[in-house]
Design a binder for this molecule. Structure first.
Ligand SMILES: Cc1cc2nc3c(=O)[nH]c(=O)nc-3n(C[C@H](O)[C@H](O)[C@H](O)COP(=O)(O)OP(=O)(O)OC[C@H]3O[C@@H](n4cnc5c(N)ncnc54)[C@H](O)[C@@H]3O)c2cc1C
Length: 455
């Protein structure tokens, strides 16, 4: 190992950013240099995405720019497309498409996860995931835009289709996203006198016989009852068969037309792991030892959603669930162990016992479990906000979030849909086309809501 080893952190999310922050604090001057490569250049605090989608939080306040907090690290905004750990080289692609090889001495690999999509006809064409700020913004605009369409169209079929929202997957992300968006839409209905709450159809499709597998069966059941009381059509033990052109077919025989299909049926390790020579388990996650060193690879560490981290508090062979709760704690243990290994000191295994979970189910509604105690309604919602506020990195972001929540007490939620943000060049392209200089149809996406576009 050279006197000042180069540490490369791949991914600046819950694990990557916290590893780099901790290394900044723990490393002595000249002991090592840290480079963080992240596709977006910011950490997304995913537990707040449902509130960002519902308009309770400004989307920019649920992300933390890496350059703002990692003052003593080098930050590269780019995508690592391959890792050859045997040669200690990662290939980085920059936003302009240019690429270069980045050499390192120690690797920390934490690119997180991607949606676990299945080969269902039409899913890729009409579906959208719920893991990024872009997806949260898109869904908020989408739901509001569909209310506007439904309120304006004379055609009952168009109206019914616009007001049908299908979510697939009853884990945390799916339940929170659905509950928050339903709450937002219900609130917005005040401004749509022609629409009634019963006109909106919210459907949750879940393949297993329960929702929220992350919490106890009892809390899952009571949350299910809460959602059903709100008129949400929850289908347990049901799978999506097809969604071609928005015509949704379920395996219980139900067929419905929906303009909005959200896929939140689980995650899998980021595909970058497959494009590396790092050891993987049968589920494609990086194999790590209990101290978070990658099994069978020297000078390499991993944690978070992309790693199979042994859960020392569970039965033999158990691995930690993909959660922010684990990711943040693993980051601290990983950084401390990395520093210890540089100094020739012993490392410590990662161990964290589950203490509970909190979920927001719309304004003033929630579900939580703490040390085995179930909490529902307003106290659970308050707990959710307090817990995640404390976990949100930096005081800058915390204060901005508090300001958002405080303003929301004084003013009601905004109902404006800024869908055209997704296609900002449309009007100018139309103008250029009229002038004879356009190079293609100006309004290819008449709703201005291409799922791939971001704000
Ligand atoms: C909607 C939603 C709600 C959630 N709510 C909760 C909750 O309430 N409680 C809880 O405990 N957990 C929750 N989670 C899960 C939690 O957010 C994740 O488990 C956690 O963020 C995982 O951390 P990570 O660092 O492994 O991945 P991430 O935080 O996803 O970070 C991965 C980073 O890697 C970057 N990246 C990816 N590929 C590359 C590449 N090739 N090159 C460079 N950079 C790359 C990404 O840009 C990203 O910044 C939620 C997740 C979602 C989606």
């Amino acid at each position: 190992m050279p006197p000042c080893p180069r540490i490369l952190v791949v991914g600046g999310g819950a694990v990557g950013m916290n590893v780099a922050l901790r290394l900044q604090r723990r490393l002595r001057p000249g002991e090592a240099e840290v480079t963080v490569v992240d596709t977006t250049g910011y950490l997304t605090y995913q537990p707040f995405l449902p509130e960002a989608a519902a308009g309770s939080l400004e989307p920019r306040h649920v992300v933390v720019p890496l350059r703002r907090v990692l003052r003593r690290s080098r930050v590269v905004t780019g995508t690592v497309t391959a890792i050859r750990h045997a040669d200690r080289v990662a290939h980085v692609e920059l936003p302009d498409g240019e690429g270069f090889d980045l050499s390192y001495d120690v690797l920390v690999c934490c690119p997180g996860s991607v949606a676990r999509a299945l080969a269902i006809p039409g899913l890729g064409e009409v579906g959208i995931g719920f893991k990024t700020v872009a997806e949260a913004i898109y869904l908020r605009n989408r739901v509001l835009r569909r209310l506007e369409l439904a309120a304006s169209t004379p055609d009952p079929a168009t109206r019914a289709r616009a007001l049908t929202f299908v979510f697939v997957g009853g884990g945390y992300a799916g339940i929170e996203a659905l509950a928050e968006l339903e709450s937002m839409a219900r609130d917005a209905l005040r401004f749509f006198p022609g629409l009634d709450r019963r006109d909106l159809r919210w459907v949750l499709v879940e393949a297993t016989d329960r929702i929220l597998p992350e919490v106890s069966a009892g809390l899952g059941r009571s949350t299910l009852e809460q959602l059903r009381r709100r008129g949400i059509d929850v289908r347990l033990g049901t799978r999506l068969r097809s969604a071609v052109g928005g015509h949704v077919v379920l395996d219980d025989g139900t067929e419905l037309d929906a303009d909005t299909l959200v896929w939140t049926a689980g995650v899998r390790a980021h595909p970058l792991v497959e494009r590396s020579d790092l050891p993987r388990d049968e589920r494609g996650r990086i194999r790590v030892a209990a101290d978070l060193a990658i099994d069978g690879a020297d000078d390499a560490w991993a944690a978070g959603d992309s790693a199979a981290v042994p859960d020392l508090t569970g039965p033999p062979g158990a691995t930690c669930a993909p959660s922010a709760q684990h990711a943040v704690r693993q980051a601290v243990r990983l950084a401390d162990n990395l520093v210890a290994s540089l100094r020739g000191e012993p490392t410590v295994p990662y161990r964290h016992a589950y203490v509970g979970s909190v979920a927001s189910l719309g304004l003033y509604r929630g579900a939580a479990e703490l040390y085995g105690v179930r909490i529902r309604g307003f106290p659970a919602w308050w707990l959710h906000r307090t817990y995640h506020l404390a976990r949100l990195p930096t005081w800058n972001r915390r204060l901005r979030v508090i300001a958002d929540w405080t303003l929301a007490l004084l003013f009601r939620r905004e109902i404006v849909s800024l869908g055209e943000f997704a296609n900002p060049r449309r009007d100018f392209r139309l103008a250029a086309e009229l002038a004879g200089t356009g190079d293609g149809p100006a309004a290819r996406d008449p709703q201005g809501e291409s799922p791939t576009a971001t704000t």
